[in-house]
Design a protein around this ligand. Structure first.
Ligand SMILES: Cc1ncc(COP(=O)(O)O)c(C=O)c1O
Length: 373
């Protein structure tokens, strides 16, 4: 049986989400826009799940737009910000997900804000770039490859002070369910969530839009969701997202320290046996489930298949980049180059990861690295 250590790529479906999804498909199959009994049953379920997700994420249900993925939510936020803005200029960070960087480049003149060796935003560079007006600043709550969590409140305050009209998009796809979030308190205009990162099915996401922010749709049709995203709402998806998010936050107090200590123990075992091993961005505030490991002289393209054969599924970085064999732009943005950059692997764990599995992984990593040196 393979051991799954790639929760930041996608997480297994939670039983709570599966139950909510099945119950909805069986009992609430009506179109939520139909005015008859079955339609209204679905509408009630949709609204209820959306409101409850709002309670968990510090916003109102109607500030949330259900989308088909985190990617779509990012694309919609960027498009909406461009329609509202007048400058045609967007700032995002050099470690943003490709769904932010590529959509920004599609719709605006885009500049990348530098980060330091731990993946933290270089505030001086941000403030310098804000000297010229821009429509949107986008950055992540937490990075998918290295887990670095940004100082969101401080960055938002600086952006508001330097450039009051500029809107802010927080990509919280790796934050929701893994760390407490309150979008209203964070004072951003847009925030995005991806369901499959916290145990909901793949193919669902959310866009938070601060009350009063007009969202020009990317997808036109039957004007569902206040004409912000047409298409019959996937009621089962939002019910499953609510179930998964609620279960994740219920166990957060126990799970975050448990996962953190599994990661710390793994690192201690590896570092003791392999003194040249590197934990990328170790010094930054970080998601408790993520460790980005590197070792000079070991190519991740050789190491990852060996770990897979040994029974451990990890990735070189984001799954979409890995599929095309592209080097990680995140690792490059940290200033890591050459052989070390090609040795990076990401290990990301979740609620179902057990201590014995991590001990087994540490031993497999040590063995395979030694064999490859
Ligand atoms: C930080 C971040 N943003 C956006 C996305 C895109 O989410 P989805 O896979 O739902 O399109 C991901 C997924 O890898 C991510 O990690």
């Amino acid at each position: 049986m393979h051991c799954y250590l790639d929760f930041n790529a996608s997480s297994p479906l939670r039983v709570e989400a599966q139950a909510a999804w099945m119950a909805c498909q069986e009992q609430h199959f009506g179109n939520p826009n139909s005015t008859h009994y079955y339609g209204q049953q679905s509408r009630a379920l949709f609204d209820d799940a959306r409101n409850k997700i709002g309670d968990l994420l510090g916003c109102k249900g109607h500030e949330l737009v259900l989308c088909g993925s985190g990617t779509e939510a990012n694309a919609l936020a960027i498009y909406a910000a461009r329609q509202l803005g007048a400058t045609g200029r967007i700032l995002c960070t050099a470690i943003d997900h490709s769904s932010v960087i590529r959509n920004a480049q599609m719709h605006a003149q885009t500049e990348l804000i530098d980060v330091d060796a731990n993946g933290l935003i270089n505030k001086e560079d941000l403030l310098e770039k804000l000297k010229s007006p821009c429509d949107l600043v986008a950055f992540q709550f937490a990075n998918n490859e290295i887990g670095t969590i940004q100082a969101v409140e401080e960055l938002v305050a600086s952006i508001h002070e330097r450039s009051p009209g500029t809107r802010i998009l927080l990509d919280a796809c790796q934050g929701a369910g893994k760390h407490p979030l309150n979008f209203r308190q964070l004072d951003v205009d847009f925030a995005t969530v991806a369901g499959h990162k916290f145990g909901a099915p793949k193919g669902c996401g959310l866009l938070y839009t601060k009350l009063g922010t007009k969202v020009e749709a990317l997808i036109h049709g039957g004007r569902q969701q206040q004409d912000r995203r047409s298409g019959t709402e996937d009621v089962a998806a939002i019910a499953a997202m609510h179930a998964a998010l609620s279960a994740s936050y219920q166990e957060y107090e126990q799970e975050a320290p448990r996962q953190q200590s599994l990661i710390d123990e793994t690192w201690q075992t590896i570092k003791t046996a392999l003194p040249d091993a590197v934990w990328i961005a170790q010094a930054a505030p970080r998601l408790s489930n993520t460790i980005s490991l590197a070792h000079p002289g070991v190519k991740n393209s050789a190491l990852i298949p060996r770990l897979d054969l040994a029974g451990y599924c990890v990735s070189p970085g984001s799954a979409c980049m890995a599929a095309r064999g592209e080097p990680s732009h995140v690792v490059a943005a940290l200033g890591i180059e050459g052989a070390l950059a090609h040795s990076v692997i990401r290990v990301s764990i979740g609620a179902t990861t057990r201590a014995e599995q991590m001990q087994g992984f540490s031993q497999a990593y040590i063995k395979e690295v030694r064999d490859l040196l």
